[in-house]
Ligand binder design. Structure first.
Ligand code: AHG
Ligand code: MN
Ligand code: MN
Length: 339
């Protein structure tokens, strides 16, 4: 494993990752570098969001020559524009688009990307951290040409790369290509992401649990008993504190760095058959790959491993319990009725 040198750029790290895969063609490297550019563009607009809101249209035109639009639409357009012409993607899925998204003719590549262009978008207007989440698979359909929905409906365990960009007090990109998790912080003065969190490992002893307690009256018994237990014990670091930001990417990032568990379980309100709120393809699966690469776990509230779930629909939802291994192991015991 190459030594992680703090301060190297994300593009340098992506190249180093490629060296770990002798047969690599450089396609994934190119794809990730184009995603980095999209992240920088979105970060610049996120930091102007308040201004744009106050002034209505900010009067600024973005890189595509359009007036700056509502941020989640803007983020979606930005990523689609980049990915459709990067030459490394054959088909896309976005939280914002009902159907699969083709790439430009002649630019079809060998990977797919599914993404949540702006996660936590209800928090934009109140200046709370939001983020972009992405998941990358190798195509299954024969090249060349456009990909199809089957290229996207692959289980999370087959992702070749996954990550997120969190637009918070600073803009941080966290990703994995299967050889550990690295975090990069954007220096806006030079427009570069620099390695700031080499080889992230999620702390086993944790400080935080993260769940929307407003739904407590609708939780299934095992969920309620687990959360009640957390309030009477500690994560090995002293009593748990509740932290719930309402942006999955921000709640997950805090737990990744500090240790903790995030839950978005099913509840009786939405019926036994419901699968919770979060989407498998571009929220749960990419974060599950990050969590496991960082030594954590990600399961559903009936104990299935997120990365083993074979998707059947683009926007299918899945209950999500994710974070420090020790906490998820404990949750699993309650969910199985062993505690
Ligand atoms: P998005 O903004 O992409 O639709 O995602 C919002 C999600 C997720 O970010 C967060 O964890 C969850 O919604 C919060 O849901 P509740 O408001 O029901 O707690
Ligand atoms: Mn989301
Ligand atoms: Mn979203």
């Amino acid at each position: 494993m190459l030594v992680k040198r703090k301060g190297i750029t994300v593009s340098r790290q992506i190249m180093d990752d490629q060296l770990l895969h002798p047969g690599a063609t450089g396609e994934l490297t190119g794809l990730l570098n184009d995603l980095v550019v999209a992240g920088k563009i979105i970060s610049a607009e996120v930091n102007m969001a308040g201004l744009a809101d106050i002034l209505g249209q900010s009067g600024r035109t973005n890189i595509q020559g359009e007036n700056v639009q509502k941020l989640d639409v803007f983020a979606n357009q930005t990523i689609k524009r980049r990915m459709e012409q990067c030459g490394h993607v054959c088909v896309m899925a976005s939280e914002e688009d009902d159907d699969i998204i083709p790439v430009l003719e002649g630019y079809e590549g060998n990977y797919t990307i599914a993404f949540d262009p702006l996660d936590g978008s209800t928090n934009i207007d109140v200046n709370v951290s939001i983020g972009t989440i992405f998941s990358i698979h190798r195509r299954l359909s024969p090249a060349p040409g456009q990909g199809n929905v089957g290229d996207l409906l692959q289980k999370g365990g087959k992702q070749v790369a996954a990550g997120y960009i969190i637009y918070g007090s600073s803009t941080v990109m966290v990703y994995t290509t299967g050889s550990g998790v690295h975090g990069f912080t954007l220096d806006p003065s030079v427009g570069e992401f620099f390695l700031s969190h080499p080889g992230i490992k999620i702390p086993d002893a944790s400080l935080y649990y993260s769940v929307n307690e407003a739904y407590a009256n609708h939780w299934f018994d095992s969920t309620r008993r687990f959360i009640d237990h957390l309030k009477t014990t500690d994560g090995g670091n002293g009593a748990y504190s509740l932290r719930y930001i309402g942006s999955l990417v921000a709640d997950f990032h805090r737990n990744l760095i500090k240790g903790g568990i995030f839950l978005y379980p099913r509840d009786k309100k939405s019926g036994e058959k419901s699968e919770g709120k979060l989407r498998l393809l571009y929220e749960a699966a990419p974060l599950a790959m990050i969590a496991e690469q960082a030594g954590g776990r990600a399961i559903t509230d009936d104990g299935r491993r997120i990365l083993d779930i074979e998707p059947t629909k683009l926007h299918q939802r899945v209950p999500l319990i994710i974070g420090s291994k020790r906490d998820v192991d404990l949750a699993e015991k309650f969910l199985r009725g062993e505690m």
